[in-house]
Design a protein around this ligand. Sequence first.
Ligand code: DQA
Length: 145
Amino acid sequence: MLEIALINGPNLALLGRREPEIYGDETLAGIVSRLSAEAEGLGVRLSAFQSDVEGELVRAVGEAGERGGGLIINPGAYSHGSIAILDALNAFPGPVIEVHISNVHRREPFRRRLVTAMGADAVISGAGPMGYSLALSLAVNLLRR
Ligand code: DQA
């Protein structure tokens, strides 16, 4: 069965209580269980990983790449500066969708610089937690193309 890896970066374990006016009130556990059910409906398997540590995210991207399939990643604040994560995304063999819950273009200017997005096939920003569902259907679509 095809795998879609869902990887979330720093502070995303706090979803639900972290600035809910920006990020909504759905928890990460809620997003993961909702997405797992959606993945099952699409005939793929979802794996989920979250870390606040850059190197752990790099390793998780590499390991997901070895297993094959697609990748949905929200690198959090590392999106704006991590060349290590960008390099890992560039080495990922399958489709990569970068998700931002908030519309980073409507916020502080420093959030407009998206370093890791250079390694993504598509970027979804500002769709709220629903952006993960959009990314899932896009990743499955790209994998089956
Ligand atoms: C975020 C946007 C980033 O600027 C921020 O640092 C995050 C979350 C988003 O999902 O909107 O941690 O990636």
